[in-house]
Write a protein of this length. Structure first.
Length: 74
């Protein structure tokens, strides 16, 4: 397994996580705005926000790693 496929896989997984978190945030926000008083909506909103941040951190880390590797090989 080469390093490039690992990075691409991590990025692809992180992008899917961002999409899923965005959908969950939109759904929970719509429920809350519609007057839902279900605590699960608030928990889902909080969890999705944390998931979004974690997936964004994976993408940032991959970007920094790629930049470091390019600097080393340049």
């Amino acid at each position: 397994m080469d390093v490039g496929s690992v990075n691409n896989s991590a990025t692809a997984n992180a992008l899917e996580g961002l999409k899923k978190a965005s959908g969950t945030i939109a759904n929970a926000a719509q429920n809350i705005a519609g007057g839902s008083q279900d605590p699960q909506d608030i928990v889902a909103l909080s969890q999705a926000a944390t998931n979004f941040q974690a997936n964004a951190a994976v993408i940032r880390a991959e970007d920094e790693t790629t930049k470091s590797l390019l600097d080393i090989t340049a």
